[in-house]
Design a protein around this ligand. Structure first.
Ligand code: ZN
Length: 367
C-alpha cells in the first residue's frame, strides 16, 4: 500500500475542512475494487469520513472502457477523424464514441475554466470560422480569441454570426485576463468588434447629472492609454484577397507600435489566429473542409470544439513556441512547448489521458 501516490488527490466533499487541498495526508486507501475496466482504488478522507473513487471528478469516472482505450478514442477524434471512423479504429460503437466525446468535452471546458485565470496577456487576436450544424443550410460559426504570443486559445464561442456571438466571445476573455485594460486587440473587419471594444476593454465612467432630478446620463467608456484595437480589413474578389486595409479603430498608436515591436511584427496582422484556424479545422471532424461530417446536434458541436481546444492548448506542441536549451541533451537542442506552457499555466506537455484524469475543483464533473 503506497500512500505517497495519493498526494495528488483531494477531498471532493465541499463541506469538508480539507476540501480541495492536496498533500494534507488526510486521504487513505480504503480498498481496491474490481471494475470492468480494471482495478480501482476507493479513497477515504480522514477529516470528513467520505469515501470516493480515485476517478471521481474526472472525465473517466464511471466509464466502462479501460482508461487508455478511452484516451485513445479522444486522440483519434482530435486528429480530425469522424465518430464512425474512430469507432472502427478503436473497435467500439459509434454511440460510445459520441457519448465519451461529449463527457470529455464538458470536462475539458472545466479544466480550461479552472486553469485559464489571471492570464498575463498583452495582445489577443480574434477571428471566426464557418461550419454547419444539422444541415448544410444551418451555419454555425466558431469564433476564437487567441493570445498572439503563446498561441493559447483564451475563449471560443459558437453560434450564428450575430452581435450575441461577439458579446460572448469578447466578455469571456475579459474575465480571464490579469489586466484587460492593457490589451491590444487585432481583429478582421467584422463591425461588432469595433462597437463592443470600448464596452469590453475600457472602464465605464458615469458623467455627472446636471441638477438633482431626472435620469442619470448615459455611461461613457474611456479608452485607457495602454489598450488599442487594430482592424485588418480584407477586400475579396472571387474568393481572393484583393486589398488589405489596416485601421487603428482605437487609440493609442504608440501602444500599438510598442506591441508590434514586442511581437516582432512589421505590420499589424492576425497570423496567430489564422494559423490556428488551419490547425483547428484539421483537428475537429466537424470543421474539415469539403466534408459532410458536420455535427447533427449543437451540443455535440460545442463539446467536440471544447475538447479540441483543450487538447490543442495543453497536449499539442507548437514548433514556433520551442526554446533553445542552454545545454544540448544529446542531439536535442530545443525544448518543445505547448501553448499552456508558453503562457505559464503548465510545466510539461500533457497527455490526453492526463487531461481526462485531471480532477476538477470545486464542482466535480459529472458528480
Ligand atoms: Zn474530506
Amino acid at each position: 500500500m503506497d500512500s505517497s501516490s495519493l498526494d495528488g488527490f483531494r477531498c471532493l466533499n465541499t463541506a469538508c475542512p480539507a476540501f480541495g487541498q492536496a498533500g494534507l495526508g488526510n486521504l487513505r486507501l480504503r480498498k481496491w475494487y474490481d471494475t470492468r475496466s480494471g482495478p480501482r482504488r476507493l479513497l477515504r478522507c480522514a477529516s470528513c469520513g467520505r469515501e470516493f473513487s480515485e476517478l471521481k471528478g474526472t472525465a473517466l469516472w464511471n466509464v466502462k472502457l479501460p482508461r487508455e482505450r478511452a484516451a485513445n478514442i479522444m486522440a483519434h477524434v482530435t486528429r480530425g477523424n469522424r465518430f464512425k471512423q474512430t469507432a472502427e479504429l478503436s473497435q467500439t460503437h459509434r454511440t460510445t464514441v459520441s457519448r465519451l466525446v461529449c463527457i470529455a468535452g464538458e470536462h475539458a471546458q472545466c479544466v480550461h475554466d479552472h486553469h485559464a485565470q489571471d492570464l498575463q496577456v498583452t495582445s489577443v487576436q480574434a477571428d471566426e470560422r464557418h461550419s454547419f450544424v444539422g444541415r448544410k443550410d444551418q451555419p454555425c460559426w466558431e469564433a476564437t480569441v487567441i493570445d498572439s504570443r503563446s498561441k493559447f486559445l483564451v475563449q471560443n464561442a459558437l453560434g450564428a454570426r450575430t452581435m450575441d456571438l461577439a458579446v460572448r466571445l469578447l466578455f469571456g476573455p475579459c474575465s480571464r485576463l490579469y489586466d484587460p485594460q492593457s490589451v491590444v486587440l487585432f481583429t478582421d473587419g467584422w463591425l461588432p468588434y469595433d462597437s463592443l471594444f470600448a464596452q469590453v476593454f475600457d472602464r465605464p465612467d458615469q458623467p455627472k447629472r446636471q441638477g438633482s432630478r431626472g435620469r442619470l446620463p448615459r455611461l461613457q467608456y474611456r479608452i485607457p492609454r495602454m489598450s488599442g484595437h487594430v482592424r485588418i480589413i480584407k477586400t475579396y474578389h472571387s474568393k481572393r484577397v484583393t486589398d488589405i486595409r489596416i485601421e487603428c479603430a482605437a487609440r493609442s498608436q504608440r501602444r500599438i507600435d510598442q506591441e508590434l515591436d514586442a511581437l516582432g511584427y512589421i505590420t499589424p496582422n492576425t497570423s496567430a489566429v489564422e494559423g490556428h484556424n488551419g490547425t483547428a479545422r484539421r483537428m475537429n471532424p466537424h470543421q474539415v473542409r469539403r466534408s459532410l461530417a458536420f455535427a447533427r446536434l449543437p451540443h455535440v458541436r460545442q463539446t467536440v470544439s471544447d475538447l479540441v481546444n483543450a487538447v490543442d492548448n495543453f497536449c499539442r506542441i507548437h514548433r514556433s513556441l520551442r526554446v533553445k536549451l542552454e545545454e544540448p541533451v544529446g542531439r536535442r537542442q530545443y525544448a518543445q512547448r505547448t501553448p499552456a506552457m508558453a503562457i505559464g499555466i503548465a510545466d510539461s506537455v500533457w497527455s490526453v489521458l492526463r487531461l481526462l484524469s485531471t480532477a476538477i475543483m470545486p464542482t466535480p464533473c459529472r458528480s
